[in-house]
Write a protein that binds this ligand. Structure first.
Ligand code: SF4
Length: 239
């Protein structure tokens, strides 16, 4: 079985606990306003195909750095677009004693999603927006898949890190964070909530790809304001 690969990060420190080998899978059904990887959208694009033995090879190379907490993360793009491959890869990684996380945007669910979620050890779940209409404006996808995914995550008792990109004038008010605090109560095991500040570093990529950047003129998220909003976040399992 083959997966389509965007790129590999051999020493990832931000996509899950500890040091991680991160496979960025190619293809995404969403078209987020602030996406910093528009080159990952097309399933036909990307670096190349990858097979399970090579996944194991890279994971083995990373093992000395993983320590107790680290492991492998499948990110994207949207890795659940390749759910069948993910489930098999994670199963094979468990076979050699390596844990895996899935970093998902919640914008895609199909018949393979449950197997992939059931296999993984942690889900990094992006909440684009708590409000259905705004979610659709940001991601270009309906919010329904997010709820389907949360149901599967709860059904299989998986632990979750919530992530939320904070964009000026889109979701940067105290009310937005309060709505997020309420929304994430739907997830049974939330271990961490990360607010990530919107930045403008990807604008040039759009130019090179000939794609219109729709947040032109929106400034990067102010660090001080972000810190204020972070202080308002409540992690349900810590309450
Ligand atoms: S889900 Fe992620 S990869 Fe897909 S468009 Fe949105 S930000 Fe980009």
């Amino acid at each position: 079985m083959k997966g389509r690969l965007h790129s590999i990060e051999t020493f990832g420190a931000v996509d899950g606990p500890g040091i991680r080998t991160v496979f960025f899978m190619q293809g995404c059904p969403a078209r987020c306003l602030y996406c910093h990887n528009p080159d990952s959208w097309s399933l036909d694009g990307g670096e190349r195909d990858i097979e399970i033995p090579e996944i194991l090879h890279w994971a083995e190379r990373g093992r000395p750095y993983h320590g107790e907490k680290g492991g492998v993360t499948f990110s994207g793009g949207e890795p659940l677009l390749q759910g069948e491959f993910l489930a098999e890869a994670i199963r094979a990684l468990h076979g050699i004693g390596i844990k895996s996380a899935i970093d998902t945007s919640g914008t895609y669910v199909d018949e393979y999603t449950e197997a992939a979620i059931a296999e993984c050890d942690l889900v990094l779940l992006d909440i684009k927006h708590t409000d259905a209409e705004r979610f659709e404006i940001i991601a270009g996808r309906k919010q329904d898949t997010l709820f389907q995914l949360i149901d599967l995550i709860n059904k299989h008792d998986k632990h979750v890190w919530i992530r939320n990109v904070v964009v000026p004038d889109i979701n940067d008010t105290e009310e937005d964070i309060e709505a997020l605090n309420e929304f994430i109560k739907k997830v049974r095991h939330v271990d961490k909530v990360e607010l990530l500040g919107y930045h403008t570093m990807a604008v040039n990529k759009y130019g090179k790809l000939g794609i219109t950047y729709r947040l032109k003129g929106v400034p990067a998220m102010d660090g001080e304001r972000l810190a204020q909003l972070r202080a308002l976040v409540r992690v349900p399992s810590a309450e």
